[in-house]
Ligand binder design. Structure first.
Ligand SMILES: [Zn+2]
Length: 343
């Protein structure tokens, strides 16, 4: 393994710690002035003659936030997503050019002008990477359960049903054997089209079986990560997948297996904190977001401006967390070359 120990040492320095908790809800503190006149004061609404620090020990950011109306959980909206419209033309988020969708798709879903790499689901990824008609799906038929009866805006059961109907898949990972330029390998791909590739019990199990299957067959292993992290709807059960997949990889690598990890945009949370960063060779697509906690969470926690390109592949390459950045068009060549080199 390439400098894994160094990677672990720098892991939390680079990614920071913490989870993706929603923004803290600040409630105003009601203060009564001396004399008990019954007037209610908010920390953010104090007059200029009154010392804030003298009344309560809160920081300025709290002051400004608490002056706003109190936010409730129901009002918290997810951050704006880049929605790729379904029309014939679309606007490239990389160069803002108006590009023809078919031309972009024919270019491995990269912008023909600036080579911005659009996100792709597992099916398209397998088509791009493997030799034509060589993929043989394995470990299918595993269905996610809802052991916690989880409910956020809608129940987990409802969410699963709609995701399954939309994608035609049971969960967020496809795995099996296939060939790249004539070299046989075991491949597992996290599916961004299914709950953002999040890792619950099924994803963890499919990845583990793929690792064990590669070991049993003596095949190299490629895992393509693209994930929002551990699936919160399965809580602790999702987190257990981190240990399970890492342990399976340790056994595989002790047996001399080659594991190539490919990081795509975005690879975050529990996936980054487990198998995605355990590759013998770690490849990344250009400008992919790779991190543990998101940049906004880190910036809020450490209260510092983050450097340019923070948590992008190029930044991680400089920091020694990624071995090579490979444009999508060169992935097949590069992976075949690595398999030859290690085999
Ligand atoms: Zn572009």
């Amino acid at each position: 393994m390439l400098a894994l120990r160094t990677k672990y040492r720098t892991f939390f320095q680079l990614f920071g710690a913490g989870d993706k908790a929603p923004q803290v809800v600040h409630r105003p503190i009601i203060l009564k002035p001396l004399g008990g006149s019954g007037v209610q004061w908010r920390p953010g609404g104090l007059g200029s003659g009154v010392s804030r620090a003298g009344l309560c020990d809160v920081k300025d950011e709290f002051m400004s936030q608490s002056a706003k109306p109190t936010t409730t959980w129901a009002e918290i909206k997810p951050s704006r997503r880049v929605v790729v419209s379904e029309g014939l033309w679309l606007r490239c988020p990389g160069c803002s050019a108006l590009i023809y969708r078919k031309q972009m798709e024919a270019n491995l879903s990269c912008c023909p002008e600036c080579q911005h790499h659009f996100r792709v689901g597992a099916t398209e990824r397998l088509e791009q990477l493997l030799d034509q008609d060589t993929f043989e799906a394995m470990f299918t038929g595993l269905r996610p359960n809802d052991p916690l009866g989880f409910k956020d805006l809608k129940t987990y059961a409802e969410r699963l049903k709609s995701e399954q109907a939309k994608s035609g898949e049971l969960d967020a990972c496809k795995a099996g054997v296939g060939f790249i330029k004539g070299r046989q390998l075991m491949v597992a791909v996290l599916d961004l089209d299914f709950m953002m590739g999040s890792m619950g019990s099924v994803v963890g199990e499919v990845v583990t079986r793929a690792i064990e299957g590669a070991q049993a067959r003596g095949l190299p292993l490629l895992i393509v990560s693209g994930s929002g992290g551990a699936r919160m709807q399965e809580a602790g059960l999702s987190l257990m997948q981190m240990a399970k997949t890492s342990a399976a990889l340790a056994r595989y690598q002790r047996g001399g297996g080659l594991f190539i990890s490919l990081l795509t945009d975005p690879t975050t949370g529990g996936v980054t904190a487990s198998f995605a960063m355990l590759g013998d060779i770690i490849l990344a697509e250009p400008k992919a977001l790779v991190g543990f906690a998101g940049p906004r969470v880190i910036a809020q926690t450490i209260r510092q401006e983050l450097p340019e390109g923070f948590q992008r592949s190029e930044y991680l390459l400089k920091a020694g967390m990624v071995d090579r950045i490979v444009p999508r068009a060169q992935l097949r060549n590069e992976i075949a070359r690595l398999i030859d080199y290690a085999g």
